[in-house]
Ligand binder design. Structure first.
Ligand code: HPA
Length: 269
């Protein structure tokens, strides 16, 4: 594994001058942040040795290098989901690679279904904690160079970054919610009973990504910040048919707010 990661890194550094300090993972319908990046180079996932290939609509599959908020960044336009059939080690492979590229902070975004009855469609939610209902990505042979066998999870999302996000959202006049994100495998959206179950166990929102990446970042000691766009509601009385197209549409409509928060945060860290 380490050998593979080092080969991936060497390939990237042979093609790219940027030495990223911040890693960004863009979720469904949220690729528009890329327009704010002063791009130096982009690499198609297909050309990067050992990188899995993205298969889902709305994820174009590129690693983008450049500057955002004055800082060198690497952004993943398109991520790898468990439901696509990847092994968990593949889902988190890019986070491992980003660590070896030198990132000091990881920013993650996603679209999700709100189960907190106070939420509205189009709301942004700062993820303060999570529940992992997908296989833990660290199951398997332990590679000590990545970090502890039994990583602490008392602060899965960095409190300083959360506070900075709240401060910036207030300055920009953007409403933000906070809460617990539960990761499920997908690819089905939830039944009404499942949405209820997620609420009962302590979730505010449910989605199909982010948690594996946050766990990998945590193990490697990278502070992680994650934000979710509530694209639909799994709240009794408000449950309607959900489609991937609708999720993409709502996420795209809300993404300028998320982008301005991410950009200002990166400027200030
Ligand atoms: N459930 C799971 N994943 C999602 C949802 C949802 O309602 N909306 C967007 N991603």
């Amino acid at each position: 594994m380490l050998e593979k990661i080092k080969e991936t890194k060497e390939y990237i550094f042979s093609k790219v001058k940027t030495r990223p300090e911040v890693g960004i993972i863009l979720g469904t319908g949220l690729g528009g942040l890329v327009k704010e990046i002063e791009i130096e180079t982009d690499l198609d996932y297909r050309e990067i040795p050992h990188f899995p290939e993205s298969t889902v609509e709305g994820h174009s599959g590129k690693l983008i290098f450049g500057k955002l908020g004055g800082k060198p960044v690497v952004a993943m336009q398109g991520r790898f989901h468990f439901y696509e059939g990847y092994e968990m080690w593949q889902v988190i492979y890019p986070v491992r690679v980003m660590k070896y590229l030198g990132i000091k902070n990881l920013f993650v975004s996603n679209a999700s279904g709100g189960v907190n009855p106070d939420f509205e469609i189009g709301d942004l939610m700062i993820i303060t904690d999570h529940i992992c209902l997908v296989p833990n990505p660290l199951i398997g042979k332990h590679i000590p160079e990545f970090g502890p066998r039994f990583p602490d999870m008392s602060e899965p999302y960095d409190k300083k970054l959360i506070n900075l996000a709240k401060e910036i959202a207030a300055e920009l006049g953007i409403k933000v919610q906070q809460g617990v994100y539960t990761a499920t495998t997908g690819p089905t959206f939830e039944t009404p009973a499942e949405y209820h179950y997620f609420r009962v166990i302590g979730s505010d929102t449910v989605g199909m990504s982010t948690v594996p990446e946050a766990i990998a970042a945590r193990q490697m000691g990278i502070p992680c910040f994650a934000m979710s766009i509530i694209t639909d509601l799994g709240v009794p009385g408000k449950i309607v048919e959900v489609s991937h197209e609708e999720v993409q549409k709502v996420a795209s409509a809300a993404e300028t707010k998320m982008t301005s928060i991410f950009k200002k945060m990166i400027e200030r860290i």
